[in-house]
Design a protein around this ligand. Structure first.
Ligand SMILES: [Zn+2]
Length: 135
């Protein structure tokens, strides 16, 4: 994959145990989509994810997972959302980009293994993603 060079290079660092939780949550909800809030810290373009929150008032279905953003408490540690694509494509849909929240959007495609997760920015451009043991 080729990433455009930017002055302010964004990257996502995802803690291994958080990835494991995301993958098992997606598997549990299959064939429906699921959605989770990403928690962590962002510094100098590095988006470090070390926790998850289950959003309130979630609606899920085979092609849609969402929640009203107005119900979200204001929290500086909320970096974005992750949701699953049971259909097997990791590309963000138009709806996904419309409902973009935070700094990065992670999409997990079926079959939800370590290579099934991708990070995107609000324009639908890929952000490099690394799995780390500890942040
Ligand atoms: Zn989606």
């Amino acid at each position: 994959m080729i990433f455009k060079k930017k002055k302010f290079e964004r990257k996502v660092l995802l803690q291994q145990d958080v990835l494991d939780s995301i993958l098992s949550y997606c598997q549990m909800n299959h064939p429906n989509e699921c959605i989770l809030i990403l928690k962590g810290k962002s510094k100098n373009g590095a988006i470090k994810i070390d926790g998850l929150v289950i959003p309130p008032f979630t609606e899920t279905g085979p092609t849609f997972a969402g929640f009203p953003h107005s119900f979200l408490p204001f929290d500086m540690n909320y970096l974005g959302i992750v949701h699953s694509h049971p259909s097997g494509s990791a590309e963000p849909s138009v709806t996904d980009l419309h409902n973009f929240f935070g700094l990065a959007s992670l999409i997990v495609k079926s079959p939800y293994d370590d290579d099934s997760i991708f990070a995107w920015d609000s324009s639908g451009n890929p952000i490099p993603l690394s799995i780390v043991q500890n942040i």
